[in-house]
Structure formats: structure tokens, C-alpha cells
Ligand binder design. Structure first.
Ligand SMILES: Nc1ncnc2c1ncn2[C@@H]1O[C@H](COP(=O)(O)OP(=O)(O)OP(=O)(O)O)[C@@H](O)[C@H]1O
Length: 266
């Protein structure tokens, strides 16, 4: 008899038994241990955990910038390396990483130039993503003429410009003050809703993780292990005031407990 299945979101990223040990001159560093995780299409997944627990390393494994010592990762049914060649990723780092000698428009266009898009298409895309991150009119400015928050928005625009399906964000707002960060958090949610990109986001901030995510992955100190995966019950539409709601506070509490439990095992 045919079974009636509830729609299951398509899995985009799947990690199984991922282990990674770095060999260094001072001996080996065990960065990730037995990481299993499934990420569905269009999810916003935050990774939170103490410094050095392997959050960046996990993102780098997904992006094919590191190779796990054991275990497998698949991205859209491909290896991370195949996905990278299929331009599946846009990457945003903690430092905006804009070239000071290029205008903002020139910085955003750079990956498009490297990929061989023609001038008309580059101009169209740069205009579109600058509008998305609310930087229209700043195309001809240089990075130093923009505030830190604006530079970070430009770096997000650059990652969005080639329309990769997966956005990898490594503490993009870590260096910004809280007011700017709040604003960018709101903007990022809007962008995410507008683009439907599957997003992996590293943060040290519990409120940021809870505010942004559909899924929160809590990690233990090194070797990084997943201690909790929380599927957020919060609605997708989230005004900043949602942070005062009992549901929000309850999730934040669970994240904090997960972090504490990870520490206690050490
Ligand atoms: N290329 C490398 N060679 C050797 N050790 C490395 C390398 N990259 C990372 N590590 C080590 O692996 C561990 C995990 O690092 P990672 O940057 O992933 O942590 P993190 O959770 O992102 O930390 P933070 O929150 O401070 O950014 C750290 O101890 C780090 O020193």
C-alpha cells in the first residue's frame, strides 16, 4: 500500500562521523570528533561553542577547504570539492576582507570577473545585490569610506553576487558594536527570507544564534563534538522584540545549558 509521507525538506548538507585531526609541529590537534549533522534546504543553522571548538573547521570542511581525517560530508549529493567547483558556496568572514584599492562595486564584481561574467551581467548583479544589502549609491566609494557595518554588508553582497545556493558565514558581525549588530541581524533575516539561501553561521553570541536560526548546533570544547541540536520553534518572521518572549528565553536557556554541559565533561 502506498504510504502518505509528510513533505521532508530536501537535505542539502549531510555530515557523517566527521573527524579531523591537524598534524602540527607541536603534535596533533584533534579539532572535530564524530560530527553527524543534516541540514535541510533553506535552513539557517548557527554553530555556537567555545573558542577553538572547531566551528570554523567544520565550515571549512563543508567548503572543501579542509579534508576530514575520517567520515564523509555530502553537499547536494556531491563531495564538497565537487560542490565547490559547481560554485555552491558564498563565504563571508569575520573581517570584511575588501580590497582597499578597489571601489565597493569593484570588490563585489571581483569574483564575477574571475568567473568570467561579462561586463553587462556584472553590472546588473552588482546593482541587484547592493540593493539587497541596502548599499545602493555606495558603488563608487572605497572601503575606508564606509563604516564597519557597511563594509560587512558589502562583503555579504559579494558573497551573494554569484548566487551560490549555500552561504557560509564565519562570525561576520563579531567585531561590530551591539546596535549595528542588531540592525544587521534584522537585515540578514530579511535577506535570508528573500533569497531562501541555506545558511551556516558561526557565532559566539547566544542571542544572535537564537534570533537568527531555524537550527542551533551547540558544540563542546575541543575536540569539537555536537552536544545539542535545537530546532527552533520560533516563527520565521521575527521582530527584534521576540528576544523578550518566553519562547526565546527558553531556547537561549537550553543553548546555555548545552554549552555548560560540554564544558563540564572536560
Ligand atoms: N590549519 C590548522 N593547523 C593546525 N591547527 C589548526 C588549524 N586550523 C585550526 N586549528 C586548530 O583547530 C582547533 C579548532 O579551530 P577552529 O578555528 O575551527 O575553532 P573555532 O571554534 O572556529 O574557534 P573560534 O571561535 O575561536 O573562531 C583550534 O585548536 C585551532 O587552533
Amino acid at each position: 500500500m502506498p504510504m502518505m509521507n509528510a513533505p521532508i525538506p530536501q537535505t542539502v548538507i549531510s555530515a557523517r562521523g566527521v573527524d579531523l585531526t591537524f598534524d602540527t609541529n607541536d603534535g596533533s590537534v584533534h579539532a572535530l570528533r564524530s560530527v553527524d549533522l543534516d541540514i535541510g534546504k533553506g535552513e539557517f543553522v548557527s554553530f555556537i561553542g567555545p573558542s577553538g571548538c572547531g566551528k570554523t573547521t567544520f565550515l571549512r570542511v563543508v567548503a572543501a577547504l579542509e579534508t576530514p581525517t575520517a567520515g564523509t560530508v555530502s553537499v547536494n549529493g556531491m563531495t564538497p570539492d565537487e560542490a565547490r567547483r559547481a560554485r555552491a558556496y558564498g563565504y563571508v568572514f569575520q573581517a570584511a576582507g575588501l580590497y582597499p584599492w578597489r571601489t565597493i562595486g569593484g570588490n563585489i564584481a571581483l569574483p564575477l570577473e574571475i568567473m568570467g561574467f561579462d561586463r553587462a551581467e556584472r553590472t546588473r548583479r552588482v546593482r541587484e545585490v547592493m540593493q539587497l544589502v541596502e548599499l545602493s549609491g555606495f558603488e563608487k566609494k572605497y572601503p575606508w569610506q564606509l563604516s564597519g557595518g557597511m563594509q560587512q554588508r558589502a562583503s555579504i553582497a559579494r558573497a551573494l553576487a554569484f548566487d551560490a545556493e549555500i552561504l557560509l558565514m564565519d562570525e561576520p558581525f563579531g567585531a561590530l558594536d551591539e546596535i549595528v549588530r542588531d540592525r544587521l541581524n534584522e537585515e540578514l533575516l530579511r535577506l535570508w527570507a528573500a533569497t531562501g539561501k541555506t545558511t551556516l553561521f558561526v557565532t559566539h553570541s547566544i542571542p544572535e544564534a537564537v534570533y537568527l536560526s531555524t537550527k542551533i548546533v551547540v558544540m563542546s570544547p575541543r575536540p569539537g563534538r555536537i552536544t545539542d541540536v535545537i530546532d527552533s520553534p520560533l516563527p520565521r518572521e521575527r521582530p527584534l522584540e521576540i528576544r523578550d518572549s518566553p519562547e526565546f528565553i527558553e531556547i537561549a536557556h537550553r543553548v546555555r545549558e548545552g554549552l555548560r554541559a560540554g564544558h563540564a565533561e572536560h
